[in-house]
Design a protein around this ligand. Structure first.
Ligand code: ADP
Length: 268
């Protein structure tokens, strides 16, 4: 059996409760267990409010588990954050509006107190297909382009782990599909351990090696599905009957997920 530290990401027996008001708390996660291997792409699917973002925020060190353990590369997430080894692209992580795409991608170097690595920034601009837009401000870019800048920024410091929370949630369906294919290509070039939170079943199947389906709140692992569709995955993959069969199966599991109950209970 591999030790805890052999996995890129481990959540073991995690309970997360949030205090709400007058001594009550809401249990967002209940005995949540998941291990993610090095270089693996895992997508988490679940009904709204089931605790998907909470899982990601725990891995990003933005929340502490009430019970259980969360480790990244066998260590506390906070330690990896201090070393700038986690790349994070959350929907709410806006780009600096007054800064160019190039400056936004170079920002993590400044935050880390390091000189901006110009060739690395150029390589990332190329990786996300924005070489010609290096000097454009966010408002001059489309929504899809802005998300590509956000992903390039998350990759800037060569993180060990990439965390993506609904990165394409604000995009229309056509752009979203294009961005999914783009992310599949970027991931193939980097093979970085990635944890993606989404409520889009197609997105999860197109991108992930494994898809985790959560129950309604309090969130637990309901099912883990290996996605055997070969890579590279392109538009062709989305026409494959195996792709649709998997999407149907996972959609069925999601539909059957318990509706979010009140979940509130007196704090211990
Ligand atoms: P999802 O990402 O699946 O939509 P979240 O992880 O955002 O779900 O939230 C899970 C549950 O925890 C929700 O019921 C939400 O209201 C609650 N929750 C999340 N963050 C907090 C917080 N900071 N304070 C109180 N409740 C919270």
């Amino acid at each position: 059996m591999p030790e805890l530290g052999d996995h890129a990401i481990t959540l073991s027996d995690v309970v997360k409760e949030f205090p709400i008001r007058r001594g009550t708390s809401v249990r967002a996660l209940d005995r949540f267990d998941l291990t993610i291997g090095h270089g693996e792409f895992v997508a988490i699917l679940g009904p709204s409010g089931c605790g998907k973002s909470t899982v990601l925020r725990l891995v990003a060190g933005l929340e502490q588990p009430t019970e259980g353990q969360v480790q990244v590369e066998g260590r506390e997430p906070a330690e990896l954050i201090r070393e700038h080894r986690l790349g994070v692209a959350f929907q709410e992580h806006a780009l600096l509006p007054w800064a160019s795409a190039r400056s936004n991608i170079g920002l993590p170097f400044k935050v880390a107190g390091r000189p901006v690595d110009g060739p690395r920034v150029d390589a990332l601009l190329e990786l996300v297909g924005l070489t010609g837009f290096a000097d454009a401000r966010p408002r001059q870019l489309s929504g899809g382009m802005r998300q590509r800048v956000a992903i390039a920024r998350a990759l800037a410091l060569n993180p060990d782990v990439l965390l993506l929370d609904e990165p394409f949630g604000a995009l229309d369906a056509v752009t979203r599909r294009r961005m999914n294919l783009e992310l599949a290509r970027i991931w193939m070039a980097q093979r970085i351990t990635t944890l993606l939170v989404t409520h889009d079943v197609d997105e999860a199947v197109l991108l992930a090696d494994r898809v985790v389906v959560m129950t309604g709140r309090p969130g637990r692992v309901r099912h883990i599905q290996q996605v055997e569709i070969p890579r590279p995955r392109s538009t062709e993959a989305t026409r494959d009957p195996a792709f649709h069969a998997l999407v149907d199966q996972l959609t069925g599991l999601l539909d059957a997920a318990e509706p979010a109950g009140p979940g509130a209970r007196p704090a211990a």
